[in-house]
Design a protein around this ligand. Structure first.
Ligand code: TXA
Ligand code: MG
Length: 325
């Protein structure tokens, strides 16, 4: 099967006809760009191997990297993975929202093997996204959806980013405006009462630890890892220099807080008022915009508290040497 060769259509996410078109594409084993509160997703029916394969193909994603199954209710999540009491507490606190829970996959879960890339655990999320929830309901099936960017590039926070990334390899993006969170979901693996932070994301550590107690670090003492956490995942095409108090001549600068005096190069300020929520919501779009200048991007120091942990995680990955996949 070939992806349709027509320009990517961008249509309002709450338009009934657009939702119907999306459902038809998904039903036929195709993929659609959909907004969520974190980043845009590239969705396919989780139970259709050709739909999931089309996701991997469209993204150019290595096949060993498992996907998140998106649902529209706790009930549908419970049909996919076995919930421990700790997982129920987390779901009650943060769903729908920017939290992904990794738990033991049920034998009869409505997902094909390509979704888990062979693991016996499954990542599940109930997003705050009316479009995904409406599509899951209409199809009566979870949607597998990674971030809607070609593998190794920056995650998209607008429908236009998605359209630019895939061009005519994608038939439809539902446009829900700019993603309010702007960073991917926080991923937690739960084993009994032990909770491991696989990927920092849209939730504050403090909010989570109020429920779980201290989180384990991924890989610590045999704790699980997220296979997708490759060192250079979120990469612009240019070099990056982190913790730069001042930009050097010939660089582009990603500022935070006060902008430097006397700098005439390209510059974007993530948040002049040092608001980490604002910084997170504009991070990927800002990196993309600065990337276009072809100059090394130097980045101001960002504090590690609150969403700063996830922002720094993405920046360190963006700055890491590129991995050949
Ligand atoms: O905010 C988000 O989470 C977005 C939106 C679209 O929902 N999705 C997203 O998906 O960021 P993706 O595929 O880009 O990242 C999913 C991450 C990967 O790092 C993958 O390795 C990890 O989740 N993951 C998936 N299944 C897993 C499992 N069973 N065990 C451990 N990690 C898993
Ligand atoms: Mg991604």
């Amino acid at each position: 099967m070939h992806a349709p060769q027509m320009p990517c259509a961008i249509r309002p996410h709450n338009d009934e006809d657009a939702l119907r078109q999306a459902a038809d594409i998904l039903q036929a084993g195709g993929v659609v760009g959909v907004p969520t509160e974190t980043v845009y997703g590239l969705a396919g029916r989780a139970d259709l191997p050709e739909g999931v394969a089309r996701i991997y193909q469209t993204k150019g994603r290595p096949q060993f990297n498992p996907l998140i199954a998106h649902v529209d209710s706790l009930e549908r999540a419970r049909a996919l993975i076995v919930f421990s009491p700790m997982m129920v507490r987390l779901a009650d606190a943060f769903w729908p929202g920017p939290l992904t829970l990794v738990g033991p996959k049920r034998d009869d879960a409505q997902v094909c093997d390509l979704v888990t890339a062979g693991l016996d655990t499954l990542a599940v999320r109930w997003p705050r996204s009316s479009a995904i929830c409406a599509l899951v309901k209409a199809l009566d099936c979870p949607l597998a959806a990674p971030s809607a960017n070609p593998s190794g590039t920056i995650s998209p926070t607008t429908a236009q980013h998605v359209g630019e990334g895939f061009g005519d390899a994608l038939a439809l993006v539902l446009d829900g405006g700019t993603c309010p969170v702007g960073l991917e979901s926080t991923i937690l693996a739960v084993e009994g009462d032990e909770v491991t932070l696989l990927r920092p994301g849209g939730l504050d550590r403090a909010q989570i630890e109020a429920i779980t107690g201290p989180l384990k670090a991924a890989g610590e003492g045999g704790a699980p890892r997220a296979p997708g956490m490759l060192k250079s995942h979120y990469a612009p095409s240019v070099a990056m220099r982190l913790n730069a108090q001042h930009p050097r001549p010939g660089e582009a600068y990603l500022a935070f807080g006060q902008s430097p005096d006397n700098f005439t190069g390209p510059m974007i300020n993530l948040s002049p008022t040092q608001n980490l929520v604002e910084a997170a919501s504009t991070l990927f779009a800002s990196l993309k915009a600065l990337d276009r200048h072809g100059l090394t991007i130097s980045v101001a120091p960002i504090p590690f508290d609150g969403l700063g942990e996830a922002i720094n995680d993405r920046l360190i990955r963006a700055a890491a040497p590129k991995e050949i996949l």
